[in-house]
Structure formats: structure tokens, C-alpha cells
Write a protein that binds this ligand. Sequence first.
Ligand code: FES
Length: 151
Amino acid sequence: MNRREFMNLMGIGVLATSLPVALAACQSETAAPDAAPEDDAVAIDSTPREDGFAAMATVGELDEAGFVSDKNFQGTQLVVVRDPADDAALIAVNSLCTHQGCSVAWEEGAFACPCHGSSFNPDGTVASGPAPTALETYEAKIEDDLVLVKV
Ligand code: FES
């Protein structure tokens, strides 16, 4: 075997061993168009039902973050949390602070306003001002692994 024959055999060998790897890499980049998305996001139909409740999120989303919020759920800005006094119950409030309209956030068992320091109890009542009145509350419940709210 001369040098040229040896180099040709080596080239074929390298090509033969790397081809399966190259094909596998190409296949992973071109997943089937009907493949499921890689994240666990669930498409939720938030159309209000006959009883007025509409799905806002999954229970998994609620429990993962400790709350779920939506700045425009059925035209209302909402935060939903589990009731600290009854883990099976939910609390839904309009998250617009009654002082000057900043968005409150759920922090350590209360709704806190970052703008001027008001805080609200889990039931939406004022714990400390300057907010003059309670947050508006809404009916909320868990059904079929969904967080439902009636606004
Ligand atoms: S807007 Fe919330 S305390 Fe002022």
C-alpha cells in the first residue's frame, strides 16, 4: 500500500465514523412540527363559563410561584394566592392599590404596595396605609387542576 492508498482509506474511515454523529445532530435540530413544546406550559381557555368563573392558571403554576397574576384578566388586574388560613381556599384581589393605583405584590403572607408602603391583609383589608380602603376581592376556586376566578 502506497501513501495515496493509505490516505484514501483513512479519509473513508473518518467519514464513515463521523457520519452517524452528523446525522444525529441534524435530526435533533429539525424536530417534527407537531412535536410537543419543550416547556410545560398549558394552554388555558379563559373564556368565562356559564357560572361566571374563568380559568386563569394551573394549580401547578400557583404552587410553583406562590401566586399567579394577570394584568388584564377579563379586564381586571388580578393576583390570586392560596389562603394562608385555609390552604384549600384561594384569595383573588384586584392588585391595584387603593391609594394611587400601583400594583401590589404578594410578599410573606400579605399584599404589599411598593410605591408608598401600604400593606393589605390576605383578605384584602388594609393592614397599614396610606391606602384608604381594601383591595377589591373576587371569588376564586380550584377545579380540575385549574385556578378559576369570577370577576
Ligand atoms: S399607591 Fe400604594 S401606597 Fe401609594
